[in-house]
Design a protein around this ligand. Structure first.
Ligand SMILES: Nc1ncnc2c1ncn2[C@@H]1O[C@H](COP(=O)(O)OP(=O)(O)OP(=O)(O)O)[C@@H](O)[C@H]1O
Length: 261
C-alpha cells in the first residue's frame, strides 16, 4: 500500500526558476492495486514516482509504504521495497553484465539485509525458473551479455528483476513506450500477469489511454500538479478512450502527447 498525503514539491524554490510540480497530492493506493496514471506533459506524473522512490524530497507532506512513514528514508533504504522500470530498456539492466549477473544484482538489491550474502547458492536455478515463464528462451542464455538482447527482451528481463525478492511496490514509467506495438502488448500482458501473481502495488505512468483503461483496476489523471480525475468501478468500466478525450477537452486540456496511443 502507498499513501501520499499533502505532497507538495517545488523545484528551485525562492528563485526565478521556481516551479511548483505537485500542489498537495493526496492519494491512497491499496495493497495489490494496479493503477495506471495519465496526464499532460509536465503534469507531475514522474515527479510523483520520484517522490515514492525517494529521488525527490517533498517540501511538505508524507509518504507511507505499507503503513511505515518513509518520507525521510533515502533512496537506497527504499530500494528493497520499491522497484522501477523506465521507458528506455537500457536503464533497467546493465549491458556489459550477463543475464545471470544482472539477476544477481537485482536479488542483492531486493533481499533483506541479513540474507544478501546467502543468495548466491541456488541463484542460477532460481533465475532459470523465473525466466522460463517469459517463454523467450532467456533461461538458456544466462551467460550471454544483456547487450545482446532486444529491447523487448530487456524490458521482460527488467520486469523479472524488478519483481524479485522483497519488492512490494512497482513503478512503471512509460515502460512500453519505446517498444513496437506487438512487443509492447507482450510486455503489458507480462506486467499484468507478474503483478497479479505477486500481488504488488503498482503505479504505471502511460501516455496510452487505451492501456490506462484496459489494465489495472483504477485510472487517475494528473493535471498541473494535482489529481484531476480518479476513475474506478462502474464509472471506469463504462469509460472509453473517446470519453476520456472528451473529458480532457471539457477541462480545457489539449495536449497532443496526452492523446497518443
Ligand atoms: N529536477 C527538476 N528540476 C526542475 N524542474 C523539474 C524537475 N523535474 C521535473 N521538473 C518540472 O516539474 C514539472 C512536473 O514534471 P514531471 O516530469 O513530473 O511531469 P510529467 O507529468 O511526468 O510529464 P511528462 O509526461 O512530460 O514526462 C514540470 O514542469 C517539470 O519541468
Amino acid at each position: 500500500m502507498i499513501e501520499l498525503s499533502g505532497i507538495r514539491v517545488v523545484f528551485n524554490p525562492g528563485t526565478a526558476l521556481e516551479n511548483v510540480a505537485l500542489r498537495g497530492v493526496d492519494l491512497t493506493i491499496p495493497q495489490g492495486q494496479f493503477l495506471p496514471v495519465i496526464g499532460s506533459n509536465g503534469a507531475g506524473k514522474s515527479t510523483t514516482l520520484n517522490v515514492i522512490a525517494g529521488l525527490v524530497r517533498p517540501l511538505a507532506g508524507c509518504v507511507e509504504i505499507d503503513g511505515t512513514d518513509v518520507t525521510n528514508w533515502p533512496v537506497h533504504a527504499r530500494a528493497r521495497l520499491v522497484s522501477r522500470i523506465f521507458q528506455d530498456p537500457k536503464m533497467g539492466t546493465c549491458e556489459d553484465f550477463s543475464i545471470l549477473e544482472n539477476y544477481a544484482l537485482a536479488r542483492a538489491r531486493t533481499a533483506p539485509r541479513g540474507l544478501r550474502m546467502a543468495i548466491g547458492a541456488g541463484l542460477r536455478e532460481e533465475a532459470v525458473e523465473r525466466l522460463k515463464v517469459l517463454d523467450l528462451g532467456l533461461e538458456n542464455r544466462l551467460d550471454d551479455k544483456v547487450g545482446l538482447l532486444s529491447g523487448g527482451q530487456r524490458q521482460a528481463l527488467s520486469l523479472v528483476m524488478a519483481t524479485a525478492g522483497e519488492t512490494r511496490i512497482l513503478l512503471l514509467d512509460e515502460h512500453t513506450a519505446a517498444l513496437d506495438p506487438k512487443t509492447a502488448h507482450f510486455v503489458m500482458e507480462l506486467s499484468r500477469r507478474l503483478v497479479g501473481e505477486l500481488r504488488l502495488t503498482v503505479m504505471m505512468v502511460t501516455h496510452s489511454m487505451a492501456h490506462a483503461l484496459d489494465y489495472g483496476d483504477r485510472t487517475i489523471m494528473f493535471h498541473r500538479g494535482r489529481v484531476l480525475l480518479d476513475l474506478s468501478g462502474e464509472a471506469r468500466d463504462q469509460m472509453t478512450v473517446d470519453g476520456l478525450i472528451a473529458h480532457f477537452k471539457n477541462d480545457g486540456i489539449a495536449d497532443d502527447a496526452l492523446l497518443l496511443g
